[in-house]
Design a protein around this ligand. Structure first.
Ligand code: V47
Length: 366
């Protein structure tokens, strides 16, 4: 342990909360072993030897969006080549795969569409719930919810209550990017602002709902801005306790309006996960989202604070349109053997981290 981190180590061992300055110092150190060892201790204290995964799929109902987030490779303008929107029957037919594959969760997000009516979203959830009651519907980022308040002309509480009534089970964590004004104004200035993102999650949590939280890292943000983002989420979690997990999202560099930025390095991937694990004393789970980091890095991150590797993820589009090199999906068998090779016990979970039975892997990497 570098001498300069001894006081932070002592705080972690005493279970004391780390400060903003501690967070920045952790980001500045080159001693990956030191932060990794500490993050690993915290992971183990919170989650034992378990590493979670879920059988899930993504459904991107449309990529048409009124905003122009600079990092986004997914969105198209209405009528532009490559734009799509799914009608409800297509969505219901698409979700049939979920039952066929015995999935637990379907993660539904799309662009902020200029024309689809409020009823489309309600009917989507109703129709899915009716046909596939066993599926957990994790749907609509706070950015979409904010848009719904305008098209429905209702406040966020009412919109969320109506969505829940229609079948919404939890909210995903997208749309948070990096909360700092400087970054927000440069990469996604048009859309629902950080205060609004936090307000919508707060409202949902107060209704008893659960959600996840994210941060898009590895582009123009500074160490201070990362810590600020994490601490704002930590403060909301103190208030509501409604976040299941934090998910760092590694910036993907291709096909967007921020050309010339390098991919996040391994050093950055590891630091962001490890420091987040150390700062979030109040969020139980840290997800290594392998679609963005790649499977190899996600496996390494299981030793640097992460206790969750997301899932089998049939059909992911957003990240792959941005040049992700990871496969489009992975078999449960492969995920489990990656987890076992990392020395953890794979635990299949539902969206709320209740354990389900994991499969036995025939291939052992030990
Ligand atoms: O909000 C868009 C990000 C997010 C790029 O809640 C990009 O469990 C990197 O939020 N490079 C959507 N990221 C994905 C998301 C998510 C993923 C997995 C699990 C969960 C969860 C949430 O994707 C957007 C944005 O931050 N994104 N473009 C890009 N070029």
């Amino acid at each position: 342990m570098a001498d300069t981190l001894r006081d932070i180590e002592a705080k972690v061992h005493a279970g004391e909360r780390l400060s903003f300055e501690d967070g920045v110092r952790l980001f500045r150190t080159r001693d990956l072993f030191a932060i990794g060892r500490l993050a690993n201790e915290v992971r183990e204290k919170k989650n034992g030897n378990r590493a979670y995964y879920v059988r899930n799929m993504h459904l991107n109902y449309s990529n048409v969006c009124i905003f122009d987030c600079h990092f986004c490779s997914f969105y198209r303008k209405e009528g532009q080549e490559g734009a799509w929107e799914m009608d409800l029957d297509t969505i219901f037919a698409y979700a049939a795969k979920a039952r066929f594959e015995k999935l637990n969760e379907i993660h539904i997000v799309g662009g902020v569409h200029p024309k689809l009516p409020w009823n489309y979203y309600l009917e989507m959830l109703r129709g899915l719930k009716e046909r596939y009651p066993e599926l957990h519907l994790k749907a609509f980022t706070a950015t979409e919810i904010d848009h719904f308040t305008r098209i429905a002309r209702k406040d966020a509480g009412t919109v969320l209550a109506e969505l829940r009534e229609a079948g919404l089970d939890s909210l995903p964590g997208g749309g948070a990017e990096v909360f700092a004004d400087r970054v927000w104004n440069r990469i996604c200035s048009g859309k629902a602002r950080p205060e609004r993102w936090l307000e919508i999650h707060r409202t949902w949590h107060r209704m008893g709902g659960r959600s996840t939280s994210t941060m898009l890292y590895g582009h123009i943000e500074t160490d201070e801005e990362r810590v600020d983002h994490i601490l704002r989420l930590r403060a909301l979690q103190d208030e509501t306790g409604g976040f299941n997990a934090f998910i760092p999202l590694a910036y993907q560099v291709e096909n967007n309006r921020m050309p010339g930025l390098p991919r996040p390095t391994a050093q950055t991937d590891i630091k962001v996960h490890a420091v987040a694990r150390l700062l979030f004393d109040n969020i139980d789970h840290l997800k290594a989202y392998w679609i963005m980091t790649g499977l190899k890095m996600a496996q390494i991150l299981l030793s640097y604070g992460a206790d969750d590797i997301d899932g089998t993820i049939l059909e992911e589009r957003i990240v792959h349109m941005a040049g992700a090199e990871s496969p489009l999906g992975v078999s449960e068998e492969e995920l489990c053997s990656l987890i076992r090779e990392a020395g953890r016990d794979p635990v299949r979970r539902d969206t709320l981290y209740r354990p389900l039975e994991a499969i036995e892997t025939t291939r052992s990497n030990h």
